[in-house]
Ligand binder design. Structure first.
Ligand code: SF4
Length: 378
């Protein structure tokens, strides 16, 4: 069996950002302690205890809300419970508020070797509108401390398509990020989700949503400037220096197995995908009994499984190999997709070289439409 990826969901945030639909938010100290106990129990009761893992990802929420002692205990539990490879990638998401040089030094001592910093924008008025708790000066300081601590694998998260954002502002964000020269950039197009503060304001007509053409221009600018600066766009929203792709995220896009621990965490093992309950109290209660309740579970087979793998792999610049998929799923995938691929190629959304199919630049802008056509037309 494949070496797996391990994900820990830390749902604490000091304040809820206005655009965020993740399972996260402020938690009182009692609930937080109960959650950490549940998380530890879920890991130690895992039926895959002892399995070899090649990546660890602490995501959230805001893992950097945890104390060094709390993070150290979780990292030790993972090491004791799974067979972590010596060269495993250990990633952690941090927000620029409440971090320090000493905090980053401690993270590296614990074994984290990749830090993802939630910068989002270098413009303070946008950070305020997003409801972020930090300002751009804190983001710059956090980046400096990371480098001083000796971290040589840093990702910066930035968002474009913000309400009221101009192309000039986004260009300035990109220039500043590229000047800092991180190993990895995650550049996300803002989506306004129902149920978030932005979603509510949008429904009331109080949010100045960005024009789709302007968002597309921002995305194209990101692709152009990162490429000029020597980054490879190895996935729709992710750009890296050579050899610095996020190994954990590649597990998802390569359709490889992973275990997620924590409230609403997703897992994919032995062909079954499931998501833990999203209810914090139910999570804590059921984890204590050794069996976390699940919000969903499915075992995909045949064409459904093929559709899922096409969708995942097309995210990356490697695209899909029709012959490799044919061998794996025992369909003639080239014949199955021939009509759709021809139509998508005519519209300039995919290219085909030999048996390898990839999204074009235009295809990346319309990736959802491509996936729908490839998975429903056949
Ligand atoms: S810090 Fe991240 S996870 Fe927390 S509320 Fe903001 S966007 Fe959501």
């Amino acid at each position: 069996m494949h070496e797996i990826g391990l994900y820990l969901h830390i749902p604490f945030c000091s304040r809820k950002c206005e655009y965020c639909d993740f399972n996260s938010g402020p938690l009182d100290p009692t609930a937080r302690q109960a959650y950490l106990r549940a998380l530890t129990k879920e890991m130690t009761c895992s039926p895959w205890k002892g399995h070899t893992a090649k990546t660890v990802f602490f995501g959230g929420g805001t893992p950097s809300e945890l104390t060094r002692a709390e993070l150290g205990k979780l990292a030790d539990t993972l090491r004791r419970t799974f067979g972590l490879k010596q060269e495993a990638e250990w990633s952690i998401e941090c927000n620029p508020d409440r971090v320090s040089l000493a905090f980053f030094v401690a993270l590296l001592d614990m074994g984290f070797n990749r830090v993802s910093l939630g910068v989002q924008s270098f413009h303070d008025h946008h950070l305020q509108r997003l409801g972020r708790v930090h300002d751009s000066a804190e983001a710059r300081a956090a980046y400096r401390w990371l480098r001083e601590a000796g971290c040589d694998n840093v990702n910066l998260d930035l968002i474009f398509g913000l309400p009221g954002q101009t192309l000039k502002e986004w260009k300035a964000d990109l220039y500043e990020a590229l000047t800092l020269s991180p190993e990895h950039l995650s550049l996300y197009n803002l989506t306004i989700e129902p149920g978030t503060e932005f979603g509510n304001r949008n429904a009331r007509g109080e949010l100045q949503e960005i024009d789709e053409d302007l968002s597309a221009d921002m995305y194209e600018l990101a692709m152009e400037l990162t490429q000029t600066a020597g980054y490879r766009q190895y996935e729709i929203s992710h750009y890296s220096r050579p050899g610095r792709q996020c190994a954990h995220n590649l597990i998802y896009w390569h359709n490889e197995p992973y275990l997620g621990f924590g409230v609403s965490a997703a897992s994919f093992m032995e062909g079954v995908r499931w998501t833990n309950t999203g209810n914090l109290f139910e999570y804590a209660r059921t984890a204590a009994s050794g069996h976390v309740s699940r919000a969903s579970e499915e075992k995909l087979a045949g064409r459904e499984a093929l559709g899922e793998e096409i969708m995942l792999r097309l995210h990356t610049d490697e695209g899909i190999s029709l012959s490799a998929l044919s061998t794996r799923y025992r369909f003639d995938v080239a014949a199955l997709l021939a009509r759709s691929l021809e139509s998508l190629a005519t519209h300039g959304l995919v290219t085909q070289e030999g048996d390898r199919v990839r999204l074009t630049q235009r295809g990346k802008l319309m990736a959802n439409e491509v996936w729908v056509q490839l998975t429903t037309d056949n």
